[in-house]
Design a protein around this ligand. Structure first.
Ligand code: GLN
Length: 541
């Protein structure tokens, strides 16, 4: 095999939300298991420079990479399947492309030329794709949106041009489409697929493989018909019907020998893949022996995708413990002191997720108090940790005005406060570098955290002294209150350069708050230790 990077371009047809990201991640997983160096890139045609400023209700979760990029939630799927840390080079948008072209234009880099979509914008896209493919055997490029969208055209032109430029055997196109089932006639219909492939052809792209999303398996005749009408080989019509778990998709693709045509098109030679470990975990996801009920207290419940990494991390932990994590979704705006007992009486664990803004925090604190007093396993993530400190300050330390500066800038008891500077381990002044476009500074990406010996946190991470987890927040726990917290049984079990990163209650089976987001590093094959520990504690109740 030559050293040149191979490219697999994935486009989507008919509808959005068909699971292009999962298909891309599944193919990448199989190729990685075959021993190849694989990476993935998601190119998003929307105008936002990144999804960082979008509401979670608009776009689903903002996934944070180790290097601090706020990216599309599909990057989360890629990491969870591939078990690789990706970076800001693995996701870009139209907004990002235009802003760098405009920046270059202002600097005079184009020597007075007229700047146009073709070639300048398209070349910028091509350069970014090539940069992400550097030193890789294979780069999978997922083009966001659906073929036919106006804003997707420069991206499609970029992959068309790359395919022409690259030697044969260095690139292929996969098109993911929908094969809908018509209840009235009891049939699966191929026409939308034919139209969508026709639309692709019109702009000069011919797919080499078609992946068909459907509610049910396709029969041979139907697949042959799709092969004929779309002009692909018969073994290049791959079905992807609804499964119980997204983690079944790589196995479903493998059963259809998807790597055979990929290997012959890209000259990859004989590929051998062992998915037995993956298979064992998937079996436990689908048919677990045990069941644990977790209250998931949040406020973006209209779009559960806002908590994608966390719900997936719960599935990973469940798979390793052979337990189904049954989530009881609880809208934090609907919890009051009068109904909290009724709402939470039948759960094995309580999880308060991260969030921004004041809405719903009272209810979250009711849930936290319930977990603390009744000794129910509790995990508070980011805002969930901050609120557990405020709840403790109010109800145990008797600081009735305890609050976060996020909710009241002038609070007399800023248990959670805003800082731009802090004192580092060596005593020097450290300044936050990630400026948020909304003002203030965000702490983003992976930071090291020293773990206190003898703590539950330390046990969960197998005694490792320094761990690294990812952050996405503006506010911090105020060290001014630390001594009082510790005197009263709430200890700091993780810290980083004097910042409080994790807390836990002493006389409680499992009450942990973490300032970081443990869900961002959880993978099917490697669950996050804090989340695993939480589900284990809930399961042992
Ligand atoms: N709103 C809080 C902050 O900015 C918590 C953020 C979060 O939960 N991700 O610090």
């Amino acid at each position: 095999m030559s050293k040149q990077t191979r490219y697999i371009f994935i486009t989507g047809g008919v509808l959005s939300s068909l699971g292009k990201g999962i298909a891309a991640a599944s193919i990448a997983t199989l190729l990685k298991k075959a021993g190849l160096k694989v990476s993935i890139l998601k190119a998003d045609p929307y105008i936002n420079v990144d999804p960082g400023t979008m509401s979670p209700l608009e776009h689903g979760e903002v996934f944070v990479t180790d290097d601090g990029a706020e990216t599309d939630l599909d990057l989360g799927h890629y990491e969870r399947f591939l078990d690789e840390n990706l970076s800001q080079d693995n996701n870009f948008t139209t907004g990002r492309v235009y802003s760098s072209v405009i920046e270059k234009e202002r600097r005079g880099d184009y020597l007075g030329k007229t700047i146009q979509v073709i070639p300048h914008i398209v070349n910028e896209i091509v350069d970014r794709i090539k940069a992400a493919g550097k030193d890789k055997d294979i780069l999978i490029v997922e083009i966001g949106g659906t073929v036919g969208d106006i804003e997707g055209l420069p991206f499609l032109e970029a992959i068309r041009a790359m395919r022409v430029e690259l030697d044969k055997g260095l690139a292929m196109n996969i098109h993911l489409t929908l094969v809908p089932y018509l209840k009235a006639s009891g049939e699966l219909k191929t026409k939308p697929t034919q139209h969508s492939v026709g639309e692709l052809r019109r702009i000069g792209i011919t797919p080499d493989m078609v992946i068909c999303r459907s509610e049910m398996p396709l029969d041979k005749d139907l697949k042959d018909k799709i092969a004929r009408s779309c002009g692909v080989d018969k073994n290049c019509v791959i079905e992807s019907f609804d499964c119980q778990s997204i983690y079944q998709i790589p196995l479903l693709f493998m059963q259809q020998n998807i790597l055979d045509p990929i290997s012959s098109m890209l000259n990859l030679g004989q590929l051998k893949v062992d998915m037995s470990d993956w298979n064992t975990l998937v079996k436990r996801v689908i048919a677990p022996s045990d069941l644990v009920k977790i209250a998931f207290v949040g406020k973006y419940l209209e779009l559960k995708e806002s908590y994608k990494s966390l719900t997936e991390a719960l599935i990973h932990a469940g798979a390793h413990l052979d337990t189904k994590v049954d989530i009881k979704w609880i809208d934090s705006e609907k919890i009051y002191s009068e109904n909290v007992d009724e709402i939470l009486k039948d759960v094995d664990g309580i999880l308060v997720a991260g969030g921004f803004g004041k809405r719903g925090v009272e209810g979250k604190m009711e849930a936290i108090k319930f977990a603390r007093v009744n000794k129910i396993p509790y995990l508070g993530i980011c805002l969930g940790m901050q609120l557990s400190l405020i709840e403790f300050a109010k109800n145990v330390l008797n600081l009735k005005d305890a609050n976060s500066a996020e909710f009241d800038e002038n609070t007399p008891e800023p248990v959670i406060y805003l800082i731009d500077e802090f004192i580092g381990k060596d005593g020097s002044k450290q300044i936050r570098t990630h400026k948020s476009p909304l003002g203030g500074t965000m702490r983003l990406g992976g930071y090291e955290c020293d773990v206190k010996k003898g703590s539950i946190l330390s046990k969960l991470y197998n005694g490792v002294k320094t761990i690294k987890e990812r952050h996405r927040h503006r506010y911090e726990a105020n060290p001014k209150y630390r001594a009082e917290f510790e005197k009263n049984g709430l200890m700091v079990s993780g810290e980083s350069s004097g910042l409080i990163e994790a807390v836990e209650l002493k006389d409680h089976p499992f009450f942990i708050g973490v300032q970081f987001h443990p869900e961002f590093t959880s993978r099917l094959t490697k669950p996050n230790p804090v989340i695993l520990g939480f589900i284990d504690a809930a399961n042992s109740r």
